[in-house]
Design a binder for this molecule. Structure first.
Ligand code: DHB
Ligand code: MG
Length: 219
């Protein structure tokens, strides 16, 4: 095991221990034989730190997958908090729904099944109350559109986090024909001139593939 994976395990055992709900959600993803593309426990704990730091009561997630990150975030929220998570795949949503239903946070999580661009546009049009934190972890090609809609659903001080923006370093390949890579390249380039946020990208190494996350604060 690479040294950074061993260190991730060390940090996990110290500071990012999964409870029963998280273990169950991870197991359900393994049993479904889906790719290992949930966030890591240490990343889950980082999302919790952000939720606490901004006292987030309203959180939006794009890309529920098996609800593993959903549960990490919901567990850091107050009892009157609300987490809306959006998933376009009925197959993913079925597993997620089950893991959410069995968790202590089931009453604070609303799983919406549908096309994120449409659901977010509807939220903007209905003047939905802004979110304190938005975690973008859905399909990569529309990342710029997701980010722009996230801005419309934010207020000054909201935090927007985007997963998978480094993709094993493939983000450096200007000639990439991989639509996932091109999607995150478009986002990263867009952020260079986006005046509405202060942001950076942190590379993520550890138990998962080498990748990175955007951390943006709305100005
Ligand atoms: C992919 C998506 C993810 O959200 C992730 O964390 C890793 C990989 C993907 O679609 O390849
Ligand atoms: Mg991801």
């Amino acid at each position: 095991m690479p040294l950074f994976s061993q260190v991730d395990q060390y940090i996990e055992e110290l500071l990012a221990v999964e409870d029963q709900d998280l273990k169950r959600a991870r197991l359900a993803i393994v049993q479904a034989q889906w790719p290992d593309q949930s966030i890591s426990p240490v990343q889950g704990k980082l999302l919790q730190c952000f939720i606490h730091s901004c006292n987030a009561k309203r959180v939006l997630e794009l890309g529920t997958f098996g609800a593993y990150s959903t549960l990490w975030m919901a567990k850091a929220m107050p009892h009157d908090g609300k987490l809306i998570t959006i998933e376009c795949s009925e197959e993913h949503a079925a597993v997620a729904r089950n893991s959410i239903a069995q968790s202590d946070q089931c009453n604070n999580i609303e799983l919406q099944v549908g096309v994120a661009l449409e659901l977010l546009t509807a939220m903007v049009e209905s003047n939905t109350e802004p979110f304190d934190m938005i975690f973008i972890d859905a399909d990569k090609p529309p990342y710029v559109a997701y980010f722009k809609l996230a801005l419309k659903l934010s207020r000054k001080g909201s935090i927007i986090i985007c997963d998978n923006v480094v993709r094993n370093g493939k983000v450096l390949d200007k000639d990439s024909s991989d639509e996932k890579v091109r999607g995150v390249q478009r986002l990263n380039t867009y952020l260079k001139t986006c005046a509405e946020v202060t942001c950076t990208i942190l590379q993520t190494v550890g138990s998962k593939e080498y990748d990175g996350m955007v951390f943006a604060v709305v100005k």
